[in-house]
Design a binder for this molecule. Structure first.
Ligand SMILES: [Zn+2]
Length: 222
């Protein structure tokens, strides 16, 4: 009887479809489950962790033991769209297509230009606690992240450093970021707009704990 049932199943499927479905039976399944309340999840995703063809990062805010100074620094999302700096209010879900320069006020003081797309989802965890789930395309071979600066007045490009993140890894990504910030801040030459003469404020990285006193002051302003 079982043989007959299989025969009936096969008759209902094209050969290609049957082959496809049969192949799937032999594949290893992998499911990633994340409990936001678990300390190990918070540690594991505090930077970015590869999950399939994505990078996932978790940014927790609020609740007991949260950094009040960090709380006050919830800046707007900024994007450069069609040659203009646009302020996008924080919302439940934020999508950034590839190659759109973007930054978050007070969080990182450079324009991030990513070959990969990015998605941010804000989720309330109750009692004023919340988490932002950051989802980015896994940096494939040959794809780049860039740390860039534009004139705040006329959006003239000032300076950029790029890294091939697939090759250098996240450690290299953060290192190039820090070096780009240092280089941009080294004097006024790179920060002075060739078009309108405006001097760009000091840059700062995503790591507020690494700020010099001058960078900390700049972070509070822009
Ligand atoms: Zn300018």
């Amino acid at each position: 009887m079982i043989v007959d049932d299989r025969q009936a199943l096969r008759e209902g499927l094209e050969t290609d479809a049957l082959g496809f479905l049969t192949d799937l039976l032999g594949r290893k399944a992998a499911t990633t489950l994340v409990d936001f309340a678990a300390n190990d999840a918070q540690l594991r995703y505090r930077s970015f962790t590869p999950v399939g063809s994505m990078l996932i990062g978790l940014r927790f805010r609020g609740g007991a033991g949260s950094d009040k100074k960090l709380e006050q620094r919830q800046g707007r999302q900024l994007k450069i769209i069609e040659g203009r700096i646009e302020a996008v209010p924080r919302s439940n879900m934020m999508f950034t297509p590839p190659l759109v320069p973007h930054r978050t006020e007070h969080n990182y003081g450079f324009w991030h230009v990513n070959d990969e797309q990015e998605l941010g989802i804000n989720i309330s965890l109750g009692e004023e606690k919340r988490v932002t789930v950051l989802i980015e395309g896994f940096p494939e071979k040959g794809r780049h992240d860039r740390f860039a600066w534009y004139c705040n007045q006329c959006v003239t490009p000032l300076f950029v450093r790029a890294c091939e993140t697939h090759r250098v890894g996240l450690g290299g990504f953060y290192q190039v970021q820090q070096e780009a910030v240092r280089e941009f801040n080294a004097g006024e030459a790179l920060r002075t707009c060739g078009n309108c003469g405006d001097v760009h404020p000091l840059a700062y990285s995503a790591f507020d704990w690494a700020d010099t006193p001058e960078q900390r002051a700049a972070r509070a302003v822009w």
